[in-house]
Design a protein around this ligand. Structure first.
Ligand SMILES: NC(=O)c1ccc[n+]([C@@H]2O[C@H](COP(=O)([O-])OP(=O)(O)OC[C@H]3O[C@@H](n4cnc5c(N)ncnc54)[C@H](OP(=O)(O)O)[C@@H]3O)[C@@H](O)[C@H]2O)c1
Length: 371
């Protein structure tokens, strides 16, 4: 890190960027510029930081989708000798269309690369956060998120590899830090944690033995900084796949940990546990959906459809045995049983009001009426 006098970070209010920002504030004496899309993003960001840390952050406002805003931001910012640019800004929705995602995930990456080049007198280092799930060899994507992230990778290699020391850093699902469970935003696995912890649905569609690849954000940060420290100059740069691979936890194990931690949390508060959420296979689900239409119970399955849509690609990935293969990491990803209980405890504490709301899941009423 001593090689850089300027760190430019996008997406500093997000799940990954907010952790990286804290790491830079602790470990680096470089100037830290955060490219944020609006003053409201900055207000949210600094609210949680101690005054010393706040003073070190130089906000630079620009909507990264808009080339003119990025050009104007460059003029307002003094550059450095050697810049490390880390690009975390993205729209990580698994359900939005390509028309919505491309302007930020592809054009935004192009604009941020231009900004990094303009702010660095010497050749800058540039790390793009991407997803390990985008299969760039087959060009087959499960959603527009994966497709736009893969296109951004290709665009950087094609148009900027000559001018940037490039790191394409592809991660699996990112969860909170190993010890504290801390994370700035609940993406990726967290909607599933919520459904299971609050028993919002009677069942999840998937196979108990499917692997869901998870990496804690502090391990990701260690590996990202290690990668940046050994970037080759020019060429295709360095591609890292930060994933657990064959040691990723199984869906059944993840659900058991979530249920056990939420039971313990509710128990400490003198509450009875939520009913367990079952796992059912896709074929059982299809049968249930057909039957529910005949029984006039389609409405009850609305949430099941939603979670199936969101988790489907990742569970299918695992059942298709296309395991992620970690690449260019310096240490193995930590075993999930060592950090997942802390991750779930952090989520439960951060959402305690919701978790403690005494209520019976709507589907339970339906279930007992039907029995
Ligand atoms: N989280 C994961 O599980 C995961 C896994 C693999 C890879 N990744 C990659 O890691 C990166 C960060 O993901 P994340 O989970 O941290 O995402 P996130 O929590 O949704 O954060 C996205 C960040 O991008 C900013 N942003 C969005 N649109 C912008 C725009 N038009 N202009 C400027 N900033 C904009 C957001 O700012 P606001 O706060 O103003 O909205 C926010 O800071 C992404 O590239 C993602 O592909 C994430």
């Amino acid at each position: 890190m001593r090689r850089f006098d300027l760190i430019v970070l996008s997406g500093a209010t997000g799940a990954v960027g907010s952790y990286l920002l804290r790491r830079f504030l602790e470990d680096s004496s470089a100037r830290i510029v955060c490219v944020l899309r609006a003053p409201s993003s900055y207000e949210r960001l600094v609210r949680e930081l101690v005054p010393d840390a706040r003073q070190r952050i130089e906000p630079l406002f620009a909507d990264l989708r808009v080339a003119d805003e990025v050009d104007a931001a460059v003029v307002r910012c003094s550059g450095g000798t050697r810049c490390l640019a880390i690009h975390c800004a993205a729209d990580v929705s698994w359900t939005k269309s390509k028309a919505v995602l491309a302007p930020i995930n592809i054009d935004g990456t192009k604009h941020f690369a231009k900004l990094a080049l303009a702010l660095s007198r010497e050749r800058p280092a540039f790390a793009l956060l991407s997803t390990a799930y985008a299969d760039t060899t087959s060009n087959i994507y499960r959603n527009s998120y994966e497709e736009t992230k893969a296109e951004a990778e290709r665009m950087l290699r094609r148009d900027h590899a000559d001018a940037l020391d490039l790191c394409v850093f592809r991660a699996s699902l990112v969860v909170g830090a190993r010890e504290s469970g801390w994370i700035g935003r609940f993406n990726g696995l967290y909607p599933l944690i919520r459904l299971v912890a609050l028993a919002e649905v009677p069942c999840i569609i998937g196979n108990a033995s499917s692997r869901i690849d998870l990496v804690p954000v502090d391990w990701l940060a260690d590996e990202l900084l290690a990668a940046v420290g050994r970037l080759p100059a020019g060429g295709r740069g360095l591609e890292v796949v930060a994933a657990a691979g064959a040691s990723a936890p199984r869906l059944g194990e993840i659900m058991a940990i979530v249920q056990e931690r939420s039971r313990a949390f509710l128990g400490r508060e003198g509450r009875s546990p939520n009913p367990p959420v079952s796992l059912i296979g896709a074929r059982q689900y299809d049968f249930l959906m057909k039957a529910s239409r005949q029984w006039g119970l389609r409405e009850q399955f609305y949430h099941l459809d939603r979670i199936r849509d969101v988790m489907y690609g990742y569970i299918t990935y695992a059942t298709n045995i296309r395991e992620l293969r970690p690449a260019n990491v310096t240490t193995e990803a930590p075993a999930a049983h060592s950090f997942l209980p802390n991750v779930v405890d952090y989520w439960l504490a951060a959402n305690s009001a919701k978790v403690l709301q005494a209520r019976q899941p709507a589907w339970l009423g339906w279930q007992s009426a039907a029995q």
